[in-house]
Design a protein around this ligand. Structure first.
Ligand code: B4P
Length: 191
């Protein structure tokens, strides 16, 4: 089983590359950002609570996203593996994920971090904001807030996986196909 944490700051290309990786490897895509946005579209209570935080560029509470991942793991017992996109984003989420995996007698094969400089992130997200209408992609201040949230709460998660000898990184600027090939090279070394 191949279970990968795809890691990186907002706009690093996690969603873009996850779509290709799941198709190539036949894995299940678990994106907490997508799961939260579908709760918002469905108008659920959880979605309404998450919306105000997401629109302000702030992480939603750990227990909310951990519960969503737990459900999705239970719904896919026959999967060949999972790509975790945008999760875990805090150390408590990383610890919870290990427990969720352990209770199913599976484990994380590795983390792959997409490395992209802040200037490029801001420009990508502003461009996406013009077409996606995503409230959190609308202005530079909001995007900078998301990057700040990443630097303080999420970046330490890399050390968590370094401590388990599961950390790998790929440079995320350049041609999307080339970045995909590099990700596949690392994925193949883990399987
Ligand atoms: P996410 O949906 O995870 O948002 P994201 O980080 O902006 O997406 P991503 O990084 O996947 O975007 P991509 O690079 O693909 O989270 C949104 C919010 O939800 C968070 O701020 C938080 O509030 C909440 N949330 C989600 N998960 C959470 C968790 N676990 N805990 C707490 N809160 C959570 O795409 C960016 C753009 O770059 C695209 O337009 C793409 O086309 C472009 N791009 C990609 N690769 C490129 C390349 N090589 N060159 C040029 N452009 C490229």
């Amino acid at each position: 089983m191949l279970n990968i944490v795809l890691f990186g700051p907002p706009g690093a290309g996690k969603g873009t590359q996850s779509a290709r990786l799941i198709e190539h490897y036949g894995l299940v895509h678990l994106s907490t950002g997508d799961l939260l946005r579908s709760e918002i579209s469905a108008g659920t209570e959880l979605g309404m609570k998450a919306k105000s935080l997401m629109d302000a560029g702030i992480l939603v509470p750990d227990e909310v996203v951990i519960g969503m991942i737990d459900n999705k793991l239970s719904q896919n017992p026959e999967s060949k593996g999972f790509i975790f996109d945008g999760f875990p984003r805090t150390i408590p989420q990383a610890e919870a994920l290990d427990k969720l995996m352990e209770s199913r007698s599976i484990s994380i094969s590795g983390m792959i971090a997409l490395e992209v400089e802040e200037k490029e992130l801001i420009s990508r997200l502003l461009i996406r904001g013009q077409s996606s209408g995503r409230p959190d992609d609308q202005n530079e201040e909001l995007i900078a807030q998301r990057v700040k949230e990443y630097n303080t709460k999420t970046a330490p998660v890399a050390s968590y996986y370094k401590g388990q000898d599961k950390f790998h990184s790929v440079y995320g600027i350049g041609d999307i196909d080339q970045i995909f090939s590099e990700l596949c090279r690392v994925m193949d070394s883990l399987s």
